[in-house]
Ligand binder design. Structure first.
Ligand code: 13P
Length: 251
């Protein structure tokens, strides 16, 4: 069985004071056994969160990393080796906000994925279609291409120590959630694409769902056979709500 993972993507939110409050709330949570929990604060707050969550079974990750693994002349970027040195264990790559707003392309995302792995970080590859693409019946094709680029560039073996997150763009921050059946269909297609290359990797890889997940809809999503947890945006900024989503993953 795959161990569920609930991950909170804090996006570009937080001040030192609000992050301190959130850490306090997270420290108080009674987490269910048998699941993994991670949070992804802004880079600026990573050190604060790692120190604040010391002794709590929660991994900390970054929301982005440079295409080059090692430190060097790359103004404004953070190297995966620096993230690992800071105590990060994971990093999001290819979040739709970075694809859409920062213009990140599949080829660049593959490089970030590889750079992260070379520093011992677990990449969380985010994939997902826009509303227009869904309405044109292109969901599986679009997600397949996003995933396929990384498989082609790095080989399916790269997914033995990686996580995939399916986040339909139309469901992010909109309050619209994919139905459990809509999400399951795409998760199954992602797993099948990996299975076509390597059955064992496909069986073991965790595929998270993201897009307006909250305590009220988490359980029905997590019940689907190929949904192995969630990547939570807005609801992860509230410790109690995040805790309730973690409990849904543990039940
Ligand atoms: P919301 O949960 O706010 O819709 O965001 C999802 C997301 O983008 C997580 O990475």
């Amino acid at each position: 069985m795959r161990r569920p993972l609930v991950a909170g993507n804090w996006k570009m939110h937080g001040t030192r004071a609000s992050v301190a409050e959130l850490i306090k709330g997270l420290r108080h949570l009674a987490l269910p056994a048998g699941i993994d929990v991670a949070v992804f604060p802004s880079c600026l707050h990573i050190a604060q969160v790692i120190a604040g969550l010391e002794g709590k079974a929660m991994a900390v990750g970054a929301q982005n990393c440079a295409v080059e693994p090692m430190q060097g002349a790359l103004t404004g970027e953070v190297a995966p080796s620096q993230l690992a040195d800071a105590g990060c264990r994971m990093v999001l790559v290819g979040h739709s906000e970075r694809r859409q707003i920062m213009g990140e392309r599949d080829e660049m995302i593959s490089r970030k994925f590889a750079a992260a792995q070379s520093c011992g970080l677990v990449p969380v590859l985010c994939v997902g279609e826009t509303l227009e693409q869904r309405e044109a019946g292109k969901t599986i094709e679009v997600v397949g291409r996003q995933l396929g680029t990384v498989i082609e560039d790095l080989g399916v073996g790269a997914f033995a120590s990686a996580i995939v997150a399916y986040e339909p763009v139309w469901a992010i921050g909109t309050g619209l959630t994919a139905t459990p059946e809509q999400a399951q269909e795409v998760h199954a297609a992602i797993r099948a694409q990996l299975a076509a290359e390597n059955g064992e990797v496909a069986r073991k890889v965790r595929i998270l769902y993201g897009g307006s997940v909250k305590a009220a809809n988490a359980a029905e999503l997590f019940r689907m056979p190929d949904i192995d947890g969630g990547l939570i945006g807005g609801a992860s900024l509230n410790a109690d709500e995040f805790g309730a989503i973690c409990r849904a993953a543990g039940s």
